[in-house]
Ligand binder design. Sequence first.
Ligand SMILES: [Zn+2]
Length: 222
Amino acid sequence: MYFRQIFHSPSHSIGYLLADMSACDAVLIDPLPEQSELLLALLQERDLRLLYVLRTHMHSSEQGHCGELCRFTGAELVVGTDSPYDGPAQRKGHGETVVFGNEVLRVLTTPGHTPDSVCFLWRDRLFCGDTLEIGGCRLDATQSDPGQLYDSVTQRLFLLPGETLMFPGHDFNGRTVSTIAEERHRNAAFSAGSRERFLTANAPRPGHAVLPGLSPPPPHSP
Ligand SMILES: [Zn+2]
């Protein structure tokens, strides 16, 4: 297996490259279009065939859908069933899988940050986009539903084994990985343990925001 985090400094975004080296099949999770050259070089370096580009979610303002990367490599785009994307893509619902070589990714639908948000579970690793951040959560003023987000995180992600490695869509003060156990116990956004408190603390306000007491979020992308 091959696993690599691909960090984008200007936006603090993190994409992921996973591959089955024996089959030479690869997938990318949340790659940024502006990193296409780097991504193609990484694939070429290891002679990997890109089968799928997976997106955990899309924002309505987003223009780059990695369509060019898909066209260039022949990869298929994979999005959640509620994705607003209207181009060619495989739409995956909860429990469905994405197979590359001998590896299997499982889709978890986790609406809240956006209506179409999904997470991908691969082996002991969870790729959660913006559904869960290290130490907090991320809300979009126009697209997020705090109640749905709370339910997705507490009733779906926090039920995964504690040792599951959690890989977010953005770093937090340089940290790029956590575990479900750590977030379950220490995440400031959810530690109050009450849905009502979470909703009160996250009443809609302009722009992306994490809960008070945490650092302001970096510019958001994707
Ligand atoms: Zn987002």
